[in-house]
Design a protein around this ligand. Structure first.
Ligand SMILES: *Cc1c(COP(=O)(O)O)cnc(C)c1O
Length: 348
């Protein structure tokens, strides 16, 4: 079985497991007067993450979902408006932020442009109306198929937001993929946003965890919100140790995932029955519109799985496939053969 459902499937490396075994730990839920935890390994991971993103401080949380939730609840108070696009993970998945409890935030929507980036005009309208307290961006854009927003666009949006006193949170679950694809260091991509989160447990392959990064003051407040949400972990150095290895040793390897996605995409781009835009294959995801086949994504997903390829139906017509460390170049060749043969039988 070639499993292309998500990069969250990535299993920890031997180096990560060894680092976890050897990790020096303490009670990460207790802090000194400077707000540093008693777990030295968690502190090292947080420092490494803050440096990577060019921010003063960072906080280790159990998941990307909680990183976003904590960010939104730190930026905003109950009942405030937040600018989002309907397909952002922050809105689509982090439902708790927009429920009456615990976040109570209200979404106001901006549009995406035809290249799946944020539409500047509609963001400008939101900002100028001046109702929102926070604007959310996502890089890479998960539901758009891993597309990137470049530094110039992020900076333009942030300038406009900040002129109007609006904070910007960047959901950078796959920020390191964006950085590689755009050839722009993470800290430059994140330079103008107020907060950024990234996941250790996607393509980086660590078992658990995400980092939320921002100013020291913001991260201290985020620590109080994390606690209130039940996100405080104790000897979390065990997990942080794997995260440190993930950042140090897996970051550059993500380029292989991008090359594998390219290879898969090129091999199936001209397959009758599906539409695939090679321009949209920018990182480690390949997205197929299967509507020309006359079948919906759900049944295509099932058909592919019966033939040995697991993929995700992400909407009625769209199938998403994600590359990660545990699927290699040969898997790409095998998967594209299976996909090509399957669509051939469908169209007979
Ligand atoms: C995966 C993901 C998250 C959530 O991360 P989890 O660790 O799965 O909770 C948030 N935003 C984006 C864009 C993601 O892809």
């Amino acid at each position: 079985m070639i499993d292309l459902r998500s990069d969250t499937l990535t299993r920890p490396t031997l180096q990560m497991r060894n680092a976890m075994y050897a990790a020096e730990v303490g009670d990460a839920g207790r802090e000194d007067p400077h707000g540093r935890s008693e777990d030295p390994t968690v502190n090292r991971l947080e420092d490494l993450a803050a440096r990577l993103m060019g921010k003063e401080a960072a906080i280790f949380v159990p998941s990307g979902t909680m990183a976003n939730l904590v960010a939104l609840m730190t930026h905003c108070s109950f009942g405030q408006f937040v600018g989002v696009e309907k397909k952002l993970h922050v809105y689509h998945n982090e439902k708790a932020a927009f429920n009456i409890r615990p976040g109570g935030l209200l979404p106001l929507f901006y549009e995406s442009n035809p290249r799946s980036g944020p539409d500047l005009d509609s963001i400008e309208t939101l900002i100028v109306e001046n109702k929102i307290s926070l604007l959310c961006l996502e890089n890479t854009h998960n539901y758009a198929g891993g597309t990137c927003i470049d530094k110039a666009s992020i900076d333009t949006i942030c300038q406009l937001a900040q002129k109007n006193g609006i904070a910007v949170h960047l959901d950078g679950a796959r920020m390191l993929n964006a950085s590689l694809a755009l050839n722009t260091p993470e800290d430059e991509l994140a330079a103008s946003v107020d907060s950024v989160m990234f996941c250790l447990s996607k393509g980086l392959g660590a078992p658990v965890g995400s980092l939320l990064c921002g100013t020291r003051q913001f991260i201290r407040q985020a620590g109080r919100i994390r606690k209130s949400l039940g996100g405080t972990m104790r000897q979390a150095g065990i997990l942080a140790a794997a995260g440190i290895v993930a950042i140090r040793q897996e970051k550059d390897r993500l380029i292989e995932d991008h090359a594998n996605a390219q290879s898969l995409a090129r091999n199936i781009a001209h397959t009758p029955g599906l539409v695939l835009s090679l321009d949209d294959v920018q990182t480690n995801m390949v997205r197929l519109d299967v509507s020309p086949s006359g079948y919906d994504a759900q049944s295509i997903q099932q058909g592919l799985e019966e033939r040995g390829v697991k993929a995700s139906a992400v909407s009625e017509n769209l199938i998403r496939m994600v590359t990660y460390r545990d699927v290699g170049r040969q898997d790409m060749a095998d998967a594209s053969n299976i996909i090509n043969e399957y669509f051939e039988t469908l169209l007979k």
